[in-house]
Ligand binder design. Structure first.
Ligand SMILES: *Cc1c(COP(=O)(O)O)cnc(C)c1O
Length: 373
């Protein structure tokens, strides 16, 4: 199946992909700038100052949209996280993060030479990350080392359970401990409204191929106040060149795709409540269909379109099927639904982002039929 077919002909449930789907105008914009360095024709030495194409106004728009002082594009959320870690910390420093953090957070921390200390998630089935867990972990770090942790990172919504954390409360705990906060919004900005300044975070990392309908690889890093000045400091020898950005970052069709996607993103975050209603309606239906054999994990009711279900019922049905665990994928494909991992029936993650209510109803009906096999 080609990726365009998947998006045009199927209902795709893959949470990595639902909010990164591009609209036609984005795909068109990409083809206009597909030649290498073609965005750099009118560059006077600083990528983010280019006015033709309007990259300068794009980054100003991004800063306004996120409500940070300075925003710059990166190649993705992980590059944004690494930049902040590298800029804010020295090797051997401690990064406090939530235990639901993405693998790329850990890898970035390792690359920056940091020791990671986890603020633990609460017990199953919710796996909640709380400000109290951060406060306690930050306090333990201070007791052990005699100084505040160098940096804290919070996964705003995590990719395992789709849990939405109380970022403002975590930001307050961090500030009380004297530690700046980097908010990883890979699953939030671009889908739902996020006001970084109001939350009280110092830095933000975004993934635009995941959540902003851009082709990528493209992300955004944002910072507030003096932190922004330090993060975006310039090289002494090449005073136009940003050190943490290695001079320039997204310098191809990826940045053009974001430019074209941004107006749609600004509009769609206003409809987050409808996305949430769809997700909640679907989760409630799934739990009703499963009669205890299908269970939503994480926040319940969910606060996000990414949902993880434990599905012992669907697993049990598979045991009586010729295709065993692969039956689920086949039954869904036969109904024009794709995006779950073939062979996986004990549990799965999925997303309803961007589906209409009637598509969500169709989806529930499909699972209802499968659950009664
Ligand atoms: C997907 C994801 C990332 C990685 O995003 P990239 O933009 O591809 O680097 C980072 N963090 C979380 C929580 C994610 O879900």
């Amino acid at each position: 199946m080609y990726s365009r077919e998947r998006e045009e002909l199927f209902i795709n449930l893959n949470p990595l992909q639902t909010a990164g789907r591009t609209r036609a105008s984005v795909r068109k914009a990409v083809t206009r700038y597909v030649d290498g360095y073609s965005v750099c024709d009118a560059c006077a030495g600083i990528l983010h100052d280019i006015t033709k194409p309007p990259i300068k106004s794009l980054v100003d728009d991004l800063a306004e949209f996120l409500n940070v002082d300075v925003a710059r594009t990166t190649a993705g959320a992980r590059e944004a996280k690494f930049m902040v870690m590298h800029s804010e910390c020295s090797p051997g420093d401690i990064l406090v993060l939530d235990s639901n953090a993405h693998y790329s957070t850990y890898v970035a921390a390792t690359r920056a030479g940091l020791e990671v200390v986890e603020a633990p998630a609460g017990p199953p089935p919710f796996f909640h990350i709380t400000a109290a867990a951060y406060a306690e972990t930050l306090e333990q770090v201070k007791t052990r080392t005699g100084k505040p942790a160098a940096l804290a990172l919070l996964t705003h919504v995590d990719g395992d359970y789709g849990n939405l954390t109380d970022a403002a409360a975590v930001a307050q705990a961090c500030h009380e401990a004297g530690t700046p906060l980097l908010l990883n919004t890979a699953y939030t900005t671009g889908r739902m409204p996020v006001d970084v300044r109001a939350i009280g975070a110092d830095y933000v990392a975004c993934s635009c191929h995941k959540s902003w309908g851009a082709c990528g690889p493209i992300g955004v890093v944002g910072a507030i106040g003096e932190r922004a000045e330090h993060l975006f400091r310039l090289d002494a020898r090449y005073p136009k060149k940003n050190i943490e950005l290695l001079g320039c970052t997204a310098r191809g069709s990826n940045i053009m795709s974001l430019m074209e996607a941004l107006p749609l993103v600004k509009e769609r975050v206003k409809h987050w409540d409808e996305e949430l209603e769809n997700a909640r309606w679907f989760a409630a239906r799934m739990e009703a269909i499963g009669k205890g054999g299908i269970k939503l994990l994480g926040d319940n009711p969910t606060n996000h379109d990414l949902m993880r279900f434990a599905t012992p019922l669907l697993h049990e049905i598979g045991q009586g099927q010729r295709k065993k665990g692969y039956y689920l994928h086949k039954e869904l494909t036969d109904r024009g639904i794709t995006g779950l991992k073939p062979g996986q029936t004990q549990w799965f993650k999925m997303s309803t982002y961007g589906l209409t209510r009637s598509q969500v109803e169709y989806l529930a009906q499909a699972f209802e039929e499968i659950a009664s096999m």
